[in-house]
Design a protein around this ligand. Structure first.
Ligand SMILES: Nc1ncnc2c1ncn2[C@@H]1O[C@H](COP(=O)(O)OP(=O)(O)OP(=O)(O)O)[C@@H](O)[C@H]1O
Ligand SMILES: O=C(O)[C@@H](O)C(=O)CO
Length: 421
């Protein structure tokens, strides 16, 4: 293994694994902290998918450290800490505390912080994160149910989460190339800076940053930052890139879409399915809390739909609806109610011959995959930037597309099936 990554949610891990696989590395994604002495076969890159984005910081630190230890023990030369391209976190963490712990674990004196992912509209300029044309704080991320992002300055956001000094490397240094970047990193180290937010607005910038990160024991960022890392192993003759897959064989069986994301892109994708007249079942957290809807009823409904189209089960709702529910039930409880129900539906459908699952939302995917008992994933073809098909390794044998809430074109839930054989 050359590269070992720890991702703070499941869809984020899949996004990163796809990016690395597309650069030609044999990549495996494992769900949850690997066992001590875990055998990762002939994987050149391993991405550990945690569900640590919104849990108490101390727990996120503990599981991230254990994962990094196991990756390092299995030979990983560089550790990648993957968080969201919209820097999803709160002032309590968990990006700062986990990054601090990994910095100490890897014995590093500086780490890059770069969530930019231009293919999905995430760019960083003067340390400010943009989502498309909007500052992060003006984007739909300001209304996220668990991690509302109301400040676009990544230096400020991160500095509130860590006692380690956070600095900035502006775009002109990145444009000057890897050597200039390495010099800027050295200056930052000498000034006592421990984290540098690095500007990037195009893929070329991410490749430059990746090249400058050669040999750094820890890098942190979104999946975009991984674009330039495999090339470092190619340059030193340690990696012969493979050709990434463009189709995937999937197990025979029925298909379903489960959407627990309330992100703007997912809401648009839900609307497209409804507009096409495809069967769709809407969940509501209050109805679940009051036992007016159960997993059994939802699974029966899905099973009763025509077999030739994937039905949709969704809880995706507008921010005002989500806020009203959260005011009544609390943020955590309403989230957990929906996640648990969708997970229970997935488990029931898997036992009734459903083998192809498209799941929207990181937390939702974490809950669903845990319920299905999936432990590791092989990375298949890209459906849209950041979202591949995956096939579970071992039992149960399932095809899974785990979509980050804000990724994918409006017709994602319709077109995703076309690359499966
Ligand atoms: N109707 C609803 N009312 C209240 N909470 C909801 C509702 N629908 C979904 N949720 C909760 O909102 C959260 C959405 O988080 P999730 O990570 O699944 O999606 P996302 O944040 O859009 O995706 P990603 O993390 O990939 O960007 C989950 O905890 C989910 O249970
Ligand atoms: O980086 C992203 O935007 C995604 O991979 C993600 O982490 C969403 O949960």
């Amino acid at each position: 293994m050359l590269l070992g990554a720890v991702a703070d949610d499941l869809t984020g891990a899949t996004d990163l694994a796809l990016m690395i696989a597309r650069q030609g590395m044999k990549t495996v994604q494992v769900i949850g902290v690997p066992e001590p002495g875990a055998d990762f076969g002939d994987a050149q890159a391993v991405v550990v998918a945690l569900k640590s984005r919104t849990i108490p910081a101390a727990e996120a630190v503990a599981m991230s450290l254990r994962s990094a230890e196991r990756l390092k023990a299995a030979g990983a030369e560089q550790i990648f800490f993957k968080y969201c391209s919209t820097f999803d976190s709160t002032d309590a963490g968990n990006i700062g505390p986990v990054a601090d712990a990994l910095l100490a674990f890897t014995g590093s004196d500086l780490a890059i912080v770069c969530p930019a992912f231009p293919a999905t509209g995430r760019t960083i300029y003067r340390g400010h994160l943009f989502v498309g044309d909007l500052l992060l704080s003006d984007s739909s991320m300001k209304d996220h149910p668990l991690t509302p992002m109301r400040d676009a300055s990544l230096v400020r956001v991160l500095q509130r989460q860590t006692p380690s000094p956070v600095g900035l490397v502006p775009l002109e240094v990145v444009e000057a190339g890897p050597e200039a970047l390495r010099e800027a990193f050295d200056r930052a180290r000498r000034a006592g800076t421990r984290f540098v937010v690095v500007d990037a607005v195009r893929d070329a910038h991410l490749r430059t940053i990746g090249a400058a990160a050669a040999g750094m024991a820890l890098v942190t960022g979104g999946s975009g930052l991984a674009m330039g890392l495999p090339g470092n192993f190619v340059k030193t003759g340690r990696l012969v890139p493979r050709t990434p897959a463009d189709r995937m064989r999937a197990p025979r069986g029925r298909a379903v879409v489960l959407a627990g994301s309330c992100s703007a892109a997912t809401r648009g994708q839900v609307q497209t399915v409804i507009d096409q007249g495809i069967p769709a079942f809407q969940l509501d957290a209050l109805a679940i809390a009051e036992n007016r809807i159960t997993a059994q009823q939802v699974a029966d409904w899905a099973e009763g739909q025509p077999v030739d189209r994937a039905p949709l089960v969704y809880s995706s709702a507008d921010p005002s609806v989500v806020r009203a529910v959260q005011d009544k039930l609390g943020v955590e409880r309403s989230g957990a109610l929906v996640e648990d129900l969708l997970a229970d539906v997935a488990r029931r459908l898997a036992s009734r011959g459903f083998t192809r699952f498209l799941v929207a939302g990181g937390e939702t995917s974490g809950a669903v995959v845990a319920a299905l008992g999936v432990q590791a994933l092989e990375i298949g073809p890209e459906i849209d930037p950041g979202v591949p098909w995956t096939r579970s390794i071992g039992s149960p044998d399932l095809a899974l597309a785990l979509k980050s809430g804000n990724f994918g074109t409006p017709d994602f839930f319709l077109k995703a099936w076309r690359v499966l054989d």
